[in-house]
Design a protein around this ligand. Structure first.
Ligand code: NAD
Length: 403
């Protein structure tokens, strides 16, 4: 597996090569401001004590408090978290919200823990992170394998709702947060539809990863007339050229915990899903899935990155040469952090917005972000990722304090 932090640095360098940035600024952008590693002791249900490694990386906070999710995964490590923190700084700047970039994680397979063990792990993470996390300092959120339940535990541990976002509504969560990443990605796609000559009637969609982001995106596509021909999760992929009945696939996944063996489709592999002929390919699982090794087989016209870092820099170049438009993660999935920011804003002001108010504001910010990135891409005659990084770096640079 390629080092995701090296990939993130390569993305910075590629964007920097297109325009003239202050070298001191670029050097600072290559280093996270702070990296915290913790050892979390958890009393397991069988009475034994197990110690888990946890992380928080705070990349940059010139535009506002550090912001970014907490990931629970057996393969999570500090380099992955560093990359994700850098991408958060870029993403918040692309979305033009007053937040910086951070990310957290724990190396754990959460499927092997009971709810009680997960609660002790999460509260342990929060207790050890108290010196570096807070409403005006660093505001975590859910990421892979963490949910509103974990965020509620953290808010409860701190005794302040604004310390995390992505909470349940009774605990101070925002309307719309649960579906925000997919909703934002959909607004971006719709905003660019005419520029990309995309017609829902004739455009098929394939989605890798059928969790929070993937399921909601699939639902939106299905509802708006796009044909979702394939979806997948870690159990495998399913395909039906005539289009999947997404609500039925969700019901099947809820009942069996997997998408494979769905009655209205044939089982395929995740690799086969990536190689399907389709209008829009949506990686919505983990990073490094479109690489130099498999990019030649990608036949989609558009890649919309709901996952963070799914395309390696080498694969990016090949897609660009092939004329595939990659709508990069820092734009495509920035709806999640944008509504997280709305949640934090509501908590800080003690306000409650309706879902309609949240999505109205989200739509405006996503459309502005998509437009800014598209205009930069045209001006620099480059791909959308480099353009998004240039937009973000310009905005972060303008907030740089005197050193
Ligand atoms: P999730 O845990 O809800 O879902 C992840 C999905 O990916 C699951 O269906 C899982 O089975 C699947 N998966 C795991 N390994 C796979 C593999 N090898 N092949 C195919 N599928 C696999 O997570 P999520 O919240 O939907 O996040 C997915 C991606 O979106 C991550 O990269 C995350 O960083 C990014 N993202 C999420 C949000 C958010 O608000 N949820 C915001 C921004 C970015």
């Amino acid at each position: 597996m390629q080092n995701p932090f090296e990939n993130a640095l390569a993305q910075i360098n590629r964007a920097a090569a297109l325009t003239s940035f202050d070298p001191d600024f670029l050097e600072l952008m290559r280093h996270p401001m702070r990296q915290v590693r913790i050892s979390i002791p958890v009393r397991m249900d069988n009475g034994s004590l197990q110690v888990f490694e946890g992380y928080r990386v705070q990349h940059n906070n010139w535009r506002g408090p550090f912001k970014g999710g907490i990931r629970y995964h057996q393969d999570t490590n500090i380099d992955e978290v560093k990359a994700l923190a850098l991408w958060m700084a870029v993403k918040c700047a692309v979305a033009n919200i007053p937040m910086g970039g951070g990310k957290g994680g724990v190396t754990v397979n959460p499927k092997l823990l009971s709810v009680g063990e997960l609660e002790r792990l999460t509260r342990g993470w929060a207790r050890l992170m108290k010196p570096v996390v807070g409403p005006e300092v660093d505001v975590p959120a859910p990421d892979v394998n963490t949910t509103p339940r974990e965020m509620d535990w953290i808010a409860n541990e701190f005794g302040h709702p604004a310390v995390v976002t992505g909470k349940t509504i009774p605990a101070g969560g925002s309307e719309g947060r649960g579906t925000a990443t997919a909703q934002g990605g959909f607004y971006v796609l719709e905003g660019l539809k005419s520029r990309l000559f995309l017609d829902p009637e004739t455009s098929s969609v394939a989605i890798q990863g059928f969790g929070n982001a993937g399921q909601h995106f699939g639902t939106l596509c299905h509802r708006h007339g796009y044909k979702v021909i394939a979806v997948s999760d870690s159990s495998g992929a399913i395909h039906n050229e005539a289009g999947l009945d997404i609500p039925a696939v969700i019901a099947h996944k809820n009942a069996t915990d997997k998408v494979s063996d769905f009655a209205g489709a044939r089982n395929i592999t995740n690799e086969e899903l990536l190689a399907l002929e389709c209008g829009v390919l949506v990686p919505a699982a983990l990073e490094n899935v479109i690489t130099a090794d498999n990019v030649a087989s990608v036949k989609a016209k558009i890649v919309l990155e709901l996952a963070n870092g799914p395309t390696t820099p080498e694969a990016d170049d090949v897609l660009f040469q092939k004329g595939v438009t990659v709508i990069p993660d820092v734009l495509a999935n920035s709806g999640g952090v944008t509504v997280s920011y709305f949640e934090w804003d509501q908590n800080m002001k003690n306000e409650k917005w309706t879902e309609a108010q949240v999505f109205e504001k989200l739509k405006v910010l996503m459309a502005e972000a998509a437009e800014a990135v598209w205009a930069k891409k045209e001006a620099l005659k480059t791909d959308m990722r480099r353009a998004a990084f240039v937009v973000a770096l310009e905005r972060i640079h303008s907030a740089m304090p005197k050193m």
